[in-house]
Design a protein around this ligand. Structure first.
Ligand code: SF4
Length: 894
């Protein structure tokens, strides 16, 4: 357990968000907070942090934390119980269900947010001791198609290259990846390479994203058609004698069959352009560039993986690198960018239902090896259920006990509404989490375990380039929170497996994990960190980041496959002939558009951590749907209005963003909002559950959908220092604000009703100011107390929304002057107050109005000049693509 820490020097740890895996220095302030900066010595980021990483210090409060074990009473409410009682109940519940229904009636659903040590213990308990392989993870939704593609091509889930390849490439191709927003520090590395060595950037995406705005060539591909483009590229390479036949003959197999299939799918640039909905000249330019550039890295992410044909897409990309021998050498290779901080660590320990442990599978020899290593009494005999099938098994009653750890499937799973309903059928529903107010807990969890959060827990994670880094504790464990590995081990002891789960420290778990990776591994398995199996606790504490494999005394950043040595039986890399691209669900008159889902720059997953930061909240305040102007006109929605978005699976109500960069026929909606943060905005609810046959990864990018206008007569906002509830039927989005909370809302209730609501919101001893204009339908009420704005509520006609940013600024101020009171009720910055938002640069809080003003006044005409004038874009660089877009100079050099 962690000893309390206070006023300690900076602790070296790792960011808990994306798969870049940036090193962080956290200096605790002794009051539960910490100053955060980038670790200049960490090779993933060399001191830089993006907007999310920089704001980590704003997310450490214990607000909404789950601090004690809880159990649901018969009246449906949750009540605190002792840890021993909660552990006993879970142990007994699992034992009873296994005894009555067998081990396949229980399942764990894990998270890419867990540390490797947590993952290892959960996987070991289920697959070796309970006897089921029903362990899956939200990483299934993130990168399992990459895993399946790697295994088909390489014989193992091996990432061949390293981040240094991005510095050394002459061409970087980004496929289905809004890297500028989702992996910002890596993207800045790419931009630096372009500046320093002229690296060309090609972006392939249905949507013109912030990343696409930086590209030398942007290919706005039709949804789902990546395989056609890369098949056309393979055909083109063959026609122009670009393949490296020496490499193909020495180190691979299946080239002839893969090329024949590629020619069937797209024989040349013309066919590829036609199928992929692209201009032939653009495709020809891309093919030519790829063919003539030796140092090419092709990065791909969720736009490739989250597809019912995701694995074939991955293999179509790998095929062109195998064909050119551009793999495992400096500046070359296919590169899967993982979304989550520890998706890779989960893969290493077998956190997916179709893996065993240490990159072993369910072949008899692997099962036997792991059984002997663990002395496991009940080894799972076959693969378990992957995420979509797992929740369907819950729905039909085949799974009766589920333990969810560190994730929120009631929001993030496709058809999330059906998942939520299924969870209510469980006999035993256990959740381990940091926070109390998740939609998954609301779905009826019976027992809650308070898990340690980032800053409190201690272990390792692995980033996209196979680099293992320590996440170190720098805060004491609050309340009764405990690390996940400890909670799982305690349950294992209650199931009768004490000897095998006798861990006292995360280093105990790590040593065992490292030893298993080397156990009977004579070079047949890629994942080997055996050299770390003897680390002392002190050495584990001090461990610098290290890239695997770590064998013997060898340290250093290894690339794979430059000279073959694949992990297939004959050690040859396998070309794969992909299926022709086709989207499973057709659009039709009822659902004429395709819903693409994804992320915004400054939020992470379901916002349980990033949602606490006012700075991050200011970038994108409300859940939205992005739509092309022509489609917006057709369906009758307008920018800044509201729309109802419907698929066969669910409905949301979202703000409308009309954007020319959105492809015609497609719409985009971010995944972050839940019932805890907005009304009717759970986008996962609308996504289809169709999945890839090889990886089980669901199609999150192409669900047929329709968009309809929805009118609210009034809009408004409330800023309060106490939690408030708005009347049923009000559409709202919650936003973090310094010193309180903000609610942006839309309503059809008239202002008179809101005046009554406002009376209830305002404290009795407050000085109330009110501005009512009955004719225009305006109501603005503000409460002042102790010299500051204590709360306010503004409502007005939907087309005359008062300035939220100005009022929020006054709410966040320590003191409010008389002049500010007048400005406040005017709801406008027209009388001199600087309007701050929406925020573009989260690091320095620079808003769009200030940037526009600097440009209009001729004070800034380039990104560099904006930086000089306002500091925007001079820290993490995440906002540079937006600055460029604002300047309207897409191709301007940084
Ligand atoms: Fe964290 Fe940003 Fe680095 Fe990702 S890029 S690990 S979110 S700081």
């Amino acid at each position: 357990m962690n000893a309390p820490l206070s006023h300690s020097p900076a602790v070296r740890t790792t960011c808990p968000y994306c798969g870049v895996g940036c090193g962080v220095l956290a200096a605790p302030d002794g009051t539960g907070g910490a100053a955060i900066s980038g670790d200049p010595e960490h090779p993933a980021n060399f001191g830089r942090l993006c907007s999310k990483g920089s704001a980590l210090g704003e997310t450490l409060s214990l607000d909404q934390r789950l601090l004690h074990p809880m159990m649901r009473r018969t009246d449906g409410t949750l009540a605190r119980v002792s840890f021993a009682d909660a552990l006993d109940r879970v142990g007994k519940g699992l034992r009873d269900i296994v005894d009555r229904h067998g081990p396949s009636a229980v399942a764990f659903y894990l998270s890419g947010q867990l540390l490797t040590e947590d993952y290892y213990v959960a996987n070991k308990l289920m697959k070796g001791f309970i006897g089921s392989a029903n362990v899956d993870t939200n990483s299934r939704l993130c990168m399992s198609s990459s895993v399946a593609g790697h295994k088909r091509a390489f014989g193992a889930d091996t990432v061949p290259g390293t981040y240094r390849d991005l510095d050394q490439a002459d061409l970087i191709v980004l496929v289905g990846s809004n890297t500028a927003w989702c992996h910002p520090i890596l993207f800045q590395r790419m931009v630096a390479a372009r500046r320093e060595r002229g690296t060309k950037l090609v972006v392939i995406d249905p949507r013109r994203t912030a990343t696409a705005n930086e590209a030398d060539l942007f290919l706005p591909i039709a949804p789902g058609m990546d395989t056609a483009l890369f098949s056309g590229l393979l055909s083109h390479l063959a026609d122009t004698r670009a393949p490296n036949y020496t490499y193909i003959e020495r180190h691979t197999k299946g080239f002839v069959e893969a090329l024949a299939r590629a020619r069937e799918i797209a024989a040349d640039s013309s066919a590829a352009a036609r199928i992929a909905g692209l201009k032939e000249a653009d495709v020809a330019q891309f093919f030519k560039l790829f063919a003539r550039t030796e140092r090419v890295v092709t990065c791909y992410s969720q736009g490739v993986n989250q597809s019912a044909q995701g694995t074939d897409k991955v293999n179509a990309i790998i095929n062109v690198h195998l064909a050119t021998g551009r793999i495992g050498r400096p500046g070359m290779g296919p590169f899967s960018l993982t979304g989550q901080p520890n998706a890779m660590g989960g893969r290493e320990v077998g956190g997916l239902a179709n893996q065993l442990a240490a990159h072993m599978g369910f072949a008899p020899a692997d099962r036997d090896r792991v059984r002997r290593f663990w002395s496991a009494p009940n080894m799972a005999e076959a693969e378990g259920l992957k995420a979509v099938d797992m929740f369907e098994a819950v729905d039909r009653g085949a799974i009766k006990a589920l333990w969810v750890m560190g994730t929120n499937p009631a929001v993030s799973m496709p058809r999330a509404g059906a998942v939520r309903a299924a969870l209510r059928k469980l006999d035993l529903f256990v959740v381990s989490d940091n926070v109390l107010n998740t939609d998954t807990i609301e779905a009826g969890a019976h027992i809650l375990f308070p898990a340690a959060a980032w800053g409190e827990k201690d272990g390792t994670i692995t980033n996209s380039e196979r680099r293992i880094s320590r996440q170190r504790a720098f805060l004491p464990l609050p309340g009764e929170t405990r690390p996940d590995w400890w909670i799982i081990s305690q349950v294992a002891r209650r199931l009768g497996f004490a000897a095998a789960f006798n861990y006292d420290h995360p280093a105990d778990v790590f040593r065992e994990h490292a030893a298993l990776s080397a156990f009977e591994n004579h070079g047949e398995r890629d994942f080997d960190i055996g050299a770390l199996a003897e680390l002392s606790n002190d050495a584990y504490q001090d461990l610098n980041s290290v890239m695997w494999p770590v064998q013997g005394k060898a340290r250093g950043d290894k690339r794979f496959f430059a000279a073959g040595g694949f992990f297939t039986e004959d050690r040859r890399g396998q070309f794969v002939a992909p299926q022709p691209p086709a989207l499973r669900d057709a659009t039709n008159a009822v659902y004429p558009l395709r819903l693409n889902t994804g992320r915004v720059r400054d939020q992470w997953h379901t916002m349980t951590r990033t949602g606490k930061s006012p700075r991050l909240a200011a970038h994108t305040a409300e859940p939205f749907v992005e739509i092309n102007p022509a489609d917006a006109k057709t369906v009758g929605v307008s920018h800044d209005g509201h729309a109802k978005v419907t698929t066969r699976h669910g409905t949301t109500i979202l703000k409308v963003v009309v954007a020319a960069g959105q492809r015609r026929g497609s719409i985009f909606a971010p995944i972050h909002w839940s019932d805890a943060t907005a009304t009717d905005a759970r986008v996962g609810e609308m996504a289809t559950a169709h999945y890839d046959p090889h990886s089980g990864q669901p199609e999150a990018k192409a669900t047929p959908a329709r968009v309809e206008p929805i009118k609210f007569a009034y809009r408004g906002f409330a800023l309060t220092r106490r939690p408030i509830a708005l009347p049923a039927g009000t559409w709202f989005a919650r936003q973090a604000v310094s010193g309180g909370a903000g609610l942006l809302f839309a309503t059809s209730e008239p202002p008179a009703v809101w005046r009554e609501i406002a009376q209830e919101l305002m404290p009795a001893d407050a000085d109330i100011a009110e501005y009512v204009d009955e004719r225009r339908g305006l109501t603005r009420i503000a409460a002042f107390r102790a010299g500051r704005l204590d709360g306010c509520l503004f409502v007005g006609p939907a087309d005359t929304l008062p300035s939220w940013d100005v009022v929020r600024g006054l709410f966040e101020a320590d003191k409010i002057e008389e002049r500010d009171r007048r400005i406040l009720l005017s709801g406008s910055a027209s009388d001199g107050t600087a309007e701050t938002g929406p925020i573009v640069c989260a690091c320095f809080g620079v808003g769009l109005p200030a940037i526009r003003e600097a440009i209009a006044k001729g004070e800034a005409a380039t990104v560099a000049e904006i930086g000089k004038k306002l500091r925007a874009g001079t820290n993490c660089g995440s906002c540079i693509p937006e600055l460029r877009a604002i300047l309207g100079r897409v191709a301007e050099p940084a």
